[in-house]
Design a protein around this ligand. Structure first.
Ligand code: TEU
Ligand code: CA
Length: 537
């Protein structure tokens, strides 16, 4: 079976670093590359095998690096290309690979291509972007129209994100070539692959048709998984990725497993994994007024569906958080009464399902949502752009539940000033609970979330069934319990996860207890309990 082929990225544990918030080496309040270098031994000890760096390229930072003005140079605040090479060598020398974030749906409006493009319609770069003489009813991700008017040209340009992030015209072969060259530049330097930003948004439906309905609408059918998207990825793979031992994971919102297989199916030759959003997008914030808590039964159902649909072809990416999502223990667990238990249970799930686990910085110590007190503490363009429509109060409430800033506050290294992140005031405030929740305290506590993550990671390296084993759901009478086995040539591992704060009477199969977040083996399953058992065969 093709998917049994042993490949490094299937065995990987990927750790996402948001460089601005990881570690500040020169005390200007902004995380940087030298800061990351100083923490490589922390990552080695944790056991992760791949680092994914959120964008480190030159950027005016209207969207914190997801608006790039030069793809081949390093953002000044983060350091220099020499610093980057030192990080890459340092990581490689301890057996850690490194992937970069390729943000190529759009550039910054300060990118030289765009500065040229808006000079005149005959400029050779004009056709690098998408123009129209009228603004249709498309809404951007970051509020308001997706079109911005350029009076000098009497034309509008398309921006599916902020107005400082004009969308590139992928129909133009020159644009695609430039993008391939950028990827090659970094691969030639030795990087091990890419997380590809907004990987399913490059092909827009011809003619920019209006969406049906009132007001501005996010035009999902007209820019997600568009007509040429698979051709673009196949070309990218053939021209570039196929020539390297590299790995690619594309971010693909609004994508079901059938469509996902078209990106990641082994014979498709497009990308290795995709980041789907089905379990992430299940609760909404209706009109930014009423927040619905996550229904863990739905999460379970969705994860099972993806496990089953991508079982023989393709490969899952296992994650609950990243730099765009609130903290996972706050959203899917219980960040007060069962902080430790639920953080560990969620970690156990991510390391025992079939696929590659992605840890977002701070998840391994159970960092929580922040509890921002005023709108002046909010940095994220997505939140701030909502103010004209919803007002500050609602936007603050939204930001506290779902806002992206929750994930972007400084990493908690210790209980010292600014959580040990910097001696200077950080660019964004720290969460208040860093004195209780930090890496230093947890390193020395055998029962900590951090040490549990270390054990999970070692276990996954030790038991091949946890990587390559088939996934089978194990039915129980209780919806709150998520039980499954992972089976591979004589190895059978049973996983029980209690996704709730209730207790259940349930007899688990006999076998050797490999790991648990409680210290007992009774039939009473405690709140948020996780047990990983090697079944006697
Ligand atoms: O996100 C793209 C995306 O589709 C959204 O899910 C995004 O999270 C947005 O917040 C919608 O609410 C990627 C990056 O991960 C994000 O940080 C960038 O802001 C965005 O692309 C633009 O590059
Ligand atoms: Ca710095």
């Amino acid at each position: 079976m093709e998917d049994m082929k042993e490949i490094w990225w299937k065995e990987a544990i990927i750790y996402q670093i948001y460089p601005r918030s990881f570690m500040d080496s020169n005390n200007d309040g902004i995380g940087d590359i030298r800061g990351i270098i100083s923490k490589l031994d922390y990552l080695k000890e944790l056991g992760i095998t791949v680092i994914w760096l959120s964008p480190i390229f030159k950027s005016p930072n209207t969207d914190n690096g997801y608006d790039i003005s030069d793809y081949c140079s390093i953002m000044e605040e983060f350091g220099s290309i020499e610093d980057f090479k030192a990080l890459l060598n340092g990581a490689h020398s301890i057996g850690i690979k490194l992937i970069l974030d390729l943000v190529v749906n759009h550039t910054s409006d300060k990118h030289p291509w765009f500065l040229e493009a808006k000079k005149s319609k005959d400029n050779p770069y004009h056709d690098y972007y998408l123009w129209s003489d009228k603004a249709n009813n498309w809404k951007s991700f970051f509020s308001g129209s997706a079109w911005e008017y350029v009076p000098e040209l009497n034309l509008y340009y398309l921006h599916m994100f902020g107005k400082n992030q004009p969308d590139l015209n992928w129909k133009n072969p020159k644009v695609r070539q430039e993008i391939h060259n950028i990827a090659r530049y970094w691969l030639d330097l030795g990087v091990d692959g890419f997380r590809i930003d907004t990987a399913n948004m490059y092909s827009k439906v011809e003619g920019f048709p209006d969406c049906e309905g009132e007001g501005l609408i996010l035009p999902v059918p007209f820019f997600i998984n568009g007509p040429e998207i698979h051709n673009y990825h196949k070309e990218f793979y053939n021209e570039c990725f196929s020539k390297y031992d590299c790995f690619t994971v594309g971010e693909t919102p609004f994508t079901d497993p059938e469509e996902a297989l078209l990106f990641v199916g082994v014979d498709r030759q497009e990308m290795n994994m995709c980041i789907h959003f089905e379990h992430i997008g299940i609760n909404s914030y209706k009109d930014r007024q009423e927040f619905e808590p996550v229904d863990m039964h739905k999460v379970k159902e969705i994860l099972i569906k993806w496990q089953e649909k991508l079982s023989n072809d393709g490969w899952n990416c296992l994650y609950l958080s990243n730099h765009d999502q609130p903290r996972q223990v706050s959203r899917y667990g219980n960040d007060s009464k069962y902080h430790k238990e639920s953080a560990k249970m969620l970690g156990a799930m991510l390391h025992t399902l079939k696929g590659t686990p992605f840890i977002y910085q701070g998840e391994e110590i159970g960092m929580t949502n922040v509890g921002f007190c005023s709108i002046s503490e909010i940095n994220d363009i997505e939140s701030l752009n909502n103010i004209p429509e919803f007002g500050e109060e609602k936007v603050l409430a939204f930001a506290n539940e779902m806002g992206r800033d929750n994930a972007r506050t400084p990493f908690h290294w210790n209980s010292g000033e600014n959580a040990g992140f910097s001696n200077a005031k950080p660019w964004i405030r720290c969460a208040d609970n860093y004195k209780l929740i930090n890496a230093y305290e947890q390193k020395n506590d055998p029962d900590s979330i951090l040490n549990f993550y270390k054990r999970l990671i070692s276990l996954r390296k030790l038991k091949k069934a946890l990587v390559y084993g088939d996934f089978h759901v194990h039915e129980t009478p209780y919806d709150d319990l998520f039980c499954y086995t992972r089976e591979l040539e004589g190895q059978s591992i049973f996983v029980l996860l209690n996704m709730s704060d209730k207790s259940y009477d349930y007899k688990v199969p006999n076998g050797k207890l490999l790991l648990s977040n409680y210290n007992h083996d009774s039939n009473i399953i405690k709140p948020y309990e996780a047990r990983i058992i090697e079944k006697a065969l």
